[in-house]
Design a protein around this ligand. Structure first.
Ligand code: BEZ
Length: 240
């Protein structure tokens, strides 16, 4: 079999990536970190939703899932519903999207509430034609031709995309990890810091690479711990 490939290489020819030509596509927008999430209008379980109006000023956890009345999706929606207070405490609004009809989503949500004991009171967006899903890269043809994959965005109060994840159809996401990333984003935004691997609230944060040592000493004083020139930790603020 002859593969037709295209690719990209560094000017010195030392680094090269080859991609099957079948993956070539007409350039179109793909959601990237830092982009403003597109505005959309759609029918949802709370009525017509104008996304920017609804989202602005809040952190948003927007997640697509493949379909109503399916096993993994059922556990994911129940998982998010069970953390209603934790989301509210962080000023986070959850919203989910699938290509199901509104009527089916409503019956399913009622059933999930009965089964898991948590009302599904965040919006379920119905996108039966895949209009939003297509633009936001939620349909991956090699995974499924029509259904939306488990894609998720964390969007900040200024409507910028701050995290993007994609999970396989067969693996459920973990709301605990979503809350951890939101905590980390809020903590690092507050002091222009970064969060290390596995960071949890109360753990030290990291000075960003672009910050000079002088600036770090001035800003963080005895909270600063210089491990290496490239690895500088900042202890949490003492509790008042
Ligand atoms: C699920 O939620 O279990 C599921 C939905 C669609 C395709 C595969 C799995």
């Amino acid at each position: 079999m002859k593969l037709h490939l295209f690719g990209n290489h560094s000017p010195d020819g030392q680094t090269e990536i080859i991609v099957p030509t079948g993956y070539r596509s007409v350039q179109r927008w793909h959601p990237h970190l830092g982009d403003i999430f597109p505005d959309f209008t759609a029918q949802s379980s709370i009525g017509k939703i104008d996304f920017h109006n609804w989202a602005e000023g809040h952190w948003v956890y927007l997640f697509s899932h493949p379909a109503a009345f399916t096993p993994v999706c059922s556990t994911e929606l129940a998982d998010v519903a069970s953390r209603k207070e934790d989301l509210a405490a962080r000023n986070v609004r959850a919203i989910t999207l699938s290509r199901d009809r509104l009527e089916d989503q409503a019956i399913w949500a009622e059933d999930l509430a009965e089964l898991f004991g948590h009302p599904i009171d965040f919006p379920l967006v119905s996108d039966p034609e895949g209009v939003i899903a297509g633009v936001c890269g939620m349909v991956h043809p090699h995974e499924d031709a029509l259904l939306t994959v488990r894609k998720a965005f964390i969007i900040d109060p200024a409507l910028r995309i701050r995290m993007i994840i994609e999970y396989p159809m067969s693996i459920g996401r973990d709301i605990e990890e979503v809350l951890r990333v939101i905590d980390a984003l809020q903590a690092t935004d507050a002091e222009n810091l970064a969060a290390p691997a596995g960071w949890m609230p109360g753990d030290p944060l990291l000075v960003r690479a672009a910050t000079s040592d002088d600036e770090a000493r001035t800003r963080f004083g005895d909270r600063l711990l210089m491990l290496r020139r490239y690895l500088r930790m900042v202890r949490p603020r003492p509790k008042q």
